[in-house]
Design a protein around this ligand. Structure first.
Ligand code: MN
Length: 326
């Protein structure tokens, strides 16, 4: 419990940087940002998927993950202006997180209720539509070869226990401990790859010069000071990814925007956050055009982000995670 409390305090600190090693060896670095605190969410029901039977004590899994997290903490910058103490009992359970993820994915047109065997989702634009920022050859290979490989490998793993074809992608991400141990790693890695790329295609848009609007714009302004500052923070996080991985804008369980980095194809979901915007920092995402110029790649990527869709994810997930004002 002490470890849980500590990590919750870290999640809520105004400036936090930590690295953790998950059970699957995925590393996360998280930057929790400023002075914002939403009401803690209400608890919710148990999962309804017939294909994903709850383990006898699923909360213990998360507790041990959190304990693992705290044991690997480094580079902590303590909070100087906040002493938030949040009881671990107020963390949303994973069924509530699933509902928030469904809401966000629906809002970005991802069809989250579909189940396996999974298929490669088509792009909503042509392969050359993101030129000159993302080149046609990179996008074609990225979608047709690399993303497809994650889908194929996910299906191959699930085919060994076909009853899990009945699970949605979001369920696979949130309840990996309910998978048979012989496919757990392969499913987790490839479901992450499938999810990360499916989301990325949806938040890119060839014609956009959009900016955050509405409640999302307010949150950006409150928590990061400005839209430009949010992008600066995301860029710094992207540049900090060591090896292959992602920088992510995500929503934490208390309705706070955070920036997190993940290794390989891990998603931010194991941190009980809702992914909003990924930046793919694998070399395959940029090397043909940008070579080693990661900074230029991130600048170009920002030119094709559909911020309205990112905001739609934020608003949809917020409504699930945060109780409406009384
Ligand atoms: Mn990729």
């Amino acid at each position: 419990m002490k470890s849980n409390q500590s990590i919750i305090n870290l999640l809520l600190a105004s400036t936090v940087i930590y690295t953790t090693t998950q059970k699957n060896k995925s590393k996360h670095m998280l930057y929790a940002n400023p002075n914002f605190r939403a009401n803690p969410p209400s608890r919710s029901e148990t999962p309804t998927s017939p294909m994903l039977t709850p383990s006898p004590n699923p909360t213990n899994v998360t507790s041990s993950e959190m304990a693992t997290t705290i044991n690997n903490t480094m580079n902590i910058t303590p909070s100087t202006n906040e002493t938030e103490m949040m009881d671990s009992e107020t963390l949303p359970d994973r069924s509530q997180l699933l509902q928030a993820l469904y809401a966000a994915d629906s809002a970005s047109n991802m069809n989250p209720t579909s189940t396996g065997p999974f298929t490669l989702p088509p792009l909503e634009y042509d392969f050359d539509a993101l030129e000159p920022y993302i080149d046609e050859r990179t996008l074609r290979i990225h979608h047709q070869k690399l993303h497809k490989a994650y889908v194929d490998n996910l299906n191959a793993a699930l085919s060994r226990h076909p009853e899990f074809y009945g699970a949605t992608l979001d369920q696979l991400l949130i309840f990996p401990d309910r998978l048979p141990s012989d496919i757990q790693t392969q499913v987790t890695n490839n479901a992450g790859g499938h999810y990360n790329h499916s989301l990325m295609w949806k938040v890119m848009d060839p014609s956009t010069k959009s900016r955050p609007t509405g409640e999302f714009a307010k949150a950006v302004s409150t928590q990061f000071g400005s839209f430009e500052n949010l992008k600066r923070n995301l860029k710094t996080a992207g540049e900090s990814v060591f090896g292959s991985g992602y920088a992510y804008l995500a929503l934490n369980p208390y309705g706070r925007l955070i920036i997190v980095t993940t290794s390989n194809e891990a998603t931010p979901v194991p941190l009980r956050t809702i992914p909003l915007l990924p930046i793919d920092m694998w070399e395959h995402a940029y090397y043909l055009k940008h070579q080693d110029r990661r900074s230029d790649y991130i600048d170009d990527y920002f030119n094709v982000i559909n911020w309205e869709r990112v905001g739609a994810r934020y608003e949809a997930a917020s409504q699930v995670l945060t109780p409406p004002p009384q």
